[in-house]
Design a binder for this molecule. Structure first.
Ligand code: ATP
Length: 476
């Protein structure tokens, strides 16, 4: 249902996001010189910083801010029985149809039901094949011989690595229920349709947290985690009217799920899943008990050594999909009416002085309004001029900030143009070094969102930046 809504309030379109991502080195097509590899993308200098920061922010949220959650980094390759136990070998399939005429391949659940019923292609009207099941797991072989015994899968979700380690973690870290295990890592799915840039890819990253609870408390914990995940996006400064909940109906529920909600985001192509919050019941641990022969019951010392298989509440977000969401959410284009020129107290809206803003009153700027906690570069240091020792002073200031912040340095071109470059990369703060800086040690601190400029002593910059990051509120 949600797939067909296409309204979008922001000014981002998928084309604009894709081209900005390439132009500024966020995301490149994989193996582009060979014509590209379907479903795979490479993260360039700004993209990898953004991705690492999103991951770091999520990790901090889950582990540092929750005393009852610990981390894990499990291998991508797991014993093949894992995927039999999890139900993926049998059930992790998408329904597939092909058009006999134009040869386009569709996921049967993603085309209008009337086309499916009439077996008519939604693109060209040609005949569709019968629906058949297609397993999304990538299968390969381990060892020198390519036989049945060597079959191994690339994991389609990170969660199973958590389940098979849950007893290890209880024992090594003396965890008591309720507790959670968080993990970030690659997952692979042989997706039938990989369109919309990095939205749906064959290789992607997930940020998953599995929370182990006593049966009977699962509904309460499920609601609690729904609240926490909603609050997380609010804290990240996401436009909350672009987020909504979608509950899975009976025919959407995965084989393991007792209840499931998705957090959907209004992407340029419509409302789409960003994260799943699932009540996975005791399905996974029960199945691993059966398939491994190991007793995975929890012994509850606080409840007369009662034994039970915990229920699991899962929060499952795509890291790369969150990156796309943040690119879309942060994207803005606006008319720049007045931007003061550092080192000139009267300011000059039109950039007509020798160190002008490099634009006219009618300039448009593209700005990525990332929260400073995830912006690829936190602060850029810009000397107003290269000469008269300003470049050296700016480099010194940058060196002083490097230990604590992700910094950039740019001395090329008019200052206004340099601001635009930083706006487009989503850098929340610029520090401009001018002649006054040489005299009294003050610099201009310029804010990306408001374009406001204030003077700060260079020795107070780091503390000021910390305060600004903590106090950051999105204004638009
Ligand atoms: P869909 O039904 O859209 O294929 P799903 O419901 O199977 O997705 P989950 O298994 O719940 O997705 O995966 C959890 C999260 O992992 C998703 O919310 C999404 O953010 C991310 N994710 C899943 N598949 C992909 C993919 N192919 N590319 C990028 N991210 C993905």
């Amino acid at each position: 249902m949600s797939d067909h809504i296409t309204e979008y309030q922001g000014s981002a379109t998928m084309d604009k996001i894709t081209s900005l991502a390439k132009r500024r080195g966020f995301v490149f097509q994989s193996s582009e010189i060979y014509g590209g590899q379907n479903g795979a993308w490479d993260y360039g200098p700004l993209g990898v910083e953004l991705k690492n920061r999103i991951a770091g922010n999520w990790w901090k949220e889950m582990t540092q801010l929750h005393d009852d959650i610990v981390g894990l980094d499990a291998a991508i390759l797991m014993h093949p029985r894992t995927w039999e136990a999890s139900g993926h070998v049998e059930n992790f399939t998408d329904p597939l149809v092909d058009c006999r005429k134009c040869k386009t391949r569709f996921r049967a659940d993603q085309i209008p039901p009337e086309n499916l019923a009439a077996k008519k292609c939604p693109d060209c009207g040609g005949d569709l094949t019968d629906t058949r099941k297609f397993n999304l797991m990538f299968k390969t072989h381990i060892g020198a011989v390519e036989d049945e015994a060597g079959i191994i899968y690339l994991r389609p979700e990170t969660a199973q690595g958590i389940y098979v380690n849950y007893k290890n973690i209880i024992q090594s870290n003396r965890m008591k229920i309720p507790f959670g295990i968080a993990q970030i890592g690659k997952a692979f799915r042989n997706e039938i349709v990989t369109k919309n840039f990095i939205f749906r890819t064959c290789e992607f990253e997930q940020m998953e947290m599995q929370f182990f609870v006593k049966p009977g408390t699962d509904v309460e914990w499920f609601n609690e985690w729904k609240k926490r995940r909603w609050a997380y996006y609010e804290k990240l400064g996401v436009r909350m009217d672009s987020l909504r909940w979608h509950q899975h109906g009976p025919d959407e529920l995965a084989h393991y799920a007792k209840d499931a909600y998705d957090i959907e985001y209004l992407f340029p192509m419509g409302w789409k899943e960003l994260e799943g919050v699932h009540n996975r019941s005791n399905y996974d641990l029960t199945r691993h008990t059966q398939y491994s022969g190991k007793d995975l019951q929890y012994i509850d010392q606080e409840s007369n050594n009662e034994r039970y298989i915990p229920f699991i509440i899962e929060t499952s977000a795509g890291l790369t999909r969150t990156l796309l969401m943040l690119l879309c959410d942060a994207y803005d284009e606006e008319k720049v009416i007045s931007e003061k020129n550092p080192g000139n107290d009267e300011g000059n809206a039109r950039g007509e002085t020798s160190h002008g803003t490099g634009g006219s009153a009618d300039d448009w700027r593209t700005v990525l309004r990332f929260h400073p906690a995830v912006a690829p570069v936190t602060v850029a240091v810009l000397p107003l001029m290269k000469k008269d020792g300003l470049a050296e002073l700016a480099q010194d200031i940058r060196s002083g900030l490097k230990e604590d912040f992700a910094t950039d340095y740019d001395q090329a071109g008019a200052i206004g143009r340099r601001y635009r470059r930083q706006d487009e990369a989503g850098t929340p703060f610029c520090v401009t070094v001018d002649y006054e800086s040489k005299e009294n040690g003050t610099v201009t601190l310029r804010f990306r969102d408001s374009m406001e400029q204030i003077r700060v002593h260079k020795d107070e910059l780091a503390v000021r930046l910390y305060q600004e990051i903590k106090a950051y509120r999105r204004i638009k």
